[in-house]
Design a protein around this ligand. Structure first.
Ligand SMILES: Cc1cc2nc3c(=O)[nH]c(=O)nc-3n(C[C@H](O)[C@H](O)[C@H](O)COP(=O)(O)O)c2cc1C
Length: 348
């Protein structure tokens, strides 16, 4: 339906001004030790100033010994709470809402950065799982204290919680391995702890793989039973789909979502207004964007004022190829990026 993208939408207790979401995108803007930076906060504010309904931060690692790369911020007791609060305040001042994506890198932790090997599901002793749940809880608490509207738990893309859900990556033989219900057990505990930490006024969200756990329908039911306020649907192979400019996971999602009540968003391969509206027409409550907002952080504002309906992003994935080494930017369209220039003296 024309215009639906600009109607307000709701994720549990949180109302968004429109149906657009900036999907979590690692900005690679932390200090080398994982501390937040001014440039990180400004990058999020810029998106909100350009009409994004919900800005989701790039994944924040709840365990500083298991980061995905040296630009990934850490969310723990050493995090700069003033910068966290500044990001929330500036996004709110611009009329947007903000969620923090909480993650543990699992098999994707970078040994060269962490000085220790990555951890797979079977490497966690029971007491380490208890500790992990508490790390996520603390992340939720810090976000609530900083004034965030929502927390999104990263259960997609081959990071730890998606490793647990994936039957080929979860080799545990205890109550955390085997059936999907067992593989979901850790995710369920994390969700419960974060819900307790965030309270009823924040939305609890997840990012999920359409093609990771073997039974998307059952996974959505489990999320619904866990009382999440929104599920963003992605897939394990998003990075292999360079050049595709149509929604990657639409068909898998449509096959599984009939009768599911929890609001859904679709991410991956959505680059123009018409496609975004079609996605909403097919039953999604929101539409999420990543690379198009790396290419043009003001793309949502341009669509809204009718200046542009198709993204300039070529879907080349150049941004993805560089992002573990330096601040994320479009490698094709090299407009100056003020917040990077301020910090690094140049925008590259
Ligand atoms: C540079 C870069 C960094 C990303 N970082 C994250 C991240 O931190 N968390 C996450 O869930 N997905 C991350 N993604 C995946 C995107 O959120 C999104 O799912 C994917 O790019 C497909 O959407 P798109 O076609 O709109 O780009 C990243 C993608 C890119 C290109």
């Amino acid at each position: 339906m024309k215009g639906l993208l600009w109607q307000p939408g709701r994720l549990g207790p949180v109302e968004l001004r429109n149906r657009t979401i900036r999907s979590a995108t690692n900005e690679h803007l932390s200090q080398p030790d994982g501390q937040l930076t001014q440039a990180w906060a400004e990058t999020l504010a810029e998106l909100a100033r350009n009409e994004v309904g919900l800005v989701i931060t790039g994944h924040l690692c709840v365990d500083r010994t298991q980061r995905a790369d040296e630009g990934q911020p850490v969310l723990d007791s050493q995090t700069d709470r003033a910068l966290l609060a500044q990001a929330a305040e500036e996004v709110h001042r611009a009329g947007g809402r903000i969620a923090a994506q909480l993650s543990h890198s699992g098999k994707k932790a970078m040994e060269a950065v962490n000085g220790r090997p990555a951890k797979a599901p079977e490497d966690f002793a029971p007491e380490e799982l208890d500790r992990l749940v508490e790390q996520f809880r603390l992340g939720g608490q810090l976000c609530r204290e900083a004034g965030f509207d929502a927390v999104q738990i990263h259960t997609a893309h081959g990071y730890l919680l998606s490793n647990f859900l994936n039957p080929t990556e979860n080799l545990r033989t205890d109550q955390y391995g085997g059936s999907l219900e067992n593989r979901f057990r850790l995710v369920g505990r994390v969700l419960q702890a974060v819900r307790e930490a965030c309270g009823p006024e924040m939305a609890l969200l997840v990012k999920a793989d359409c093609n990771g756990c073997g039974d998307l329908r059952r996974l959505l039911e489990l999320y619904q039973e866990a009382d999440v306020d929104g599920v963003e649907l992605s897939g394990v192979d998003f990075a292999a789909r360079a050049g595709e400019k149509s929604p990657f996971y639409l068909q898998e999602a449509l096959r599984a979502m009939d009768g599911i009540q929890v609001p859904l968003s679709l991410v991956g391969g959505i680059f123009d207004l018409e496609t975004a509206e079609t996605v909403l027409d097919q039953g999604f409550s929101f539409v999420s964007f990543s690379r198009t907002l790396i290419c043009q952080p003001d793309f949502i504002a341009r669509m809204k004022r009718g200046a542009q309906t198709k993204s300039a992003c070529l879907a080349c994935n150049g941004c993805y190829q560089i992002y573990r080494r330096r601040p994320v930017r479009c490698v094709q369209h090299k407009d100056p990026i003020p917040q990077l220039e301020k910090v690094f003296g140049c925008s590259m």
